[in-house]
Design a protein. Structure first.
Length: 251
């Protein structure tokens, strides 16, 4: 099978780290194609950047020329997953939702450690919309923006570990989710330090994508995620969007 892993920011170094993590998790025979946004922010730490990234991700997926079996969107809690589901030809997996699903399978309560405090609301909202908030003990911020996590790994590791430790000790978290794709690669080290499972969203996304594809399942098109209706779109950066606009909503 082929899985598209889409980094919603423009950072090439973060894309390379995401690609390594996805390939490490992928089963033999699974092809990983990792893409990054052609425009937008190098690090997504605001609603503005997040909404812009959603357009960039839809652009990448809608114009990808070859067949694929699944899409993993590698923005933790970023908007746009629902839009991608409407235009993708295969099931779509958001890493925040995937990480939380996995965490709930292996512990009663989980916490997320993310970047900045302003990013916690987007993650809380994503978990609530997905029905995954009830067992979330906390969403904690390490105090570094996305670019800093990528460029200063020593400080990032120290601050992420401190917040993960507090989540376990103070919030009674039994599992920790790394709440930024730039944190990929830290899961095993933090798990060894704290003695609790730590879930990497990229790994969770790839693993669940493989499982669903192997089960022969895909996105339901009966209503919510039906293809966009016959709507005139002008000045939109999705150059091939017209091919997706021929199906009316059935509900």
């Amino acid at each position: 099978m082929k899985i598209l892993v889409v980094n919603p920011n423009t950072s090439k170094s973060m894309t390379e780290a995401i690609d390594r993590a996805a390939r490490h998790q992928a089963s033999p025979g699974t092809e990983i194609v990792t893409l990054h946004a052609k425009y937008g922010a190098e690090g997504i730490d605001s609603t503005f950047a997040g909404l812009l990234s959603a357009v960039a991700v839809m652009d990448l997926v809608s114009t990808y020329p070859d067949p694929y079996d699944a899409v993993v969107t590698a923005g933790f809690g970023e908007p746009g997953r629902e839009g991608v589901q409407e235009i993708a030809h295969a099931p779509v997996f958001d890493i925040a939702e995937c990480a939380a699903h996995v965490a709930q399978l292996i512990g009663r309560r989980y916490s997320v450690v993310t970047t900045l405090s302003r990013s916690t609301a987007a993650i809380e909202d994503r978990l609530a919309v997905a029905g995954l908030a009830a067992r979330c003990a906390s969403v904690r911020a390490a105090g570094l923006d996305t670019v800093e996590v990528d460029r200063d790994p020593v400080r990032a590791r120290r601050e992420i570990l401190a917040q993960a430790r507090a989540a376990v000790a103070q919030d009674r978290a039994e599992v920790v989710c790394l709440g930024c794709s730039g944190m990929t690669g830290l899961a095993d080290e933090i798990a060894a330090e704290l003695g609790v499972p730590v879930v990497d969203g990229i790994a969770a996304g790839v693993a669940l994508a493989e499982a669903v594809v192997r089960m022969g399942l895909s996105t339901s098109r009966i209503c919510t995620y039906a293809a966009p209706g016959e709507t005139a779109v002008k000045g939109w950066p999705l150059s091939d969007l017209v091919q997706f606009l021929g199906i009316r909503h059935p509900c």
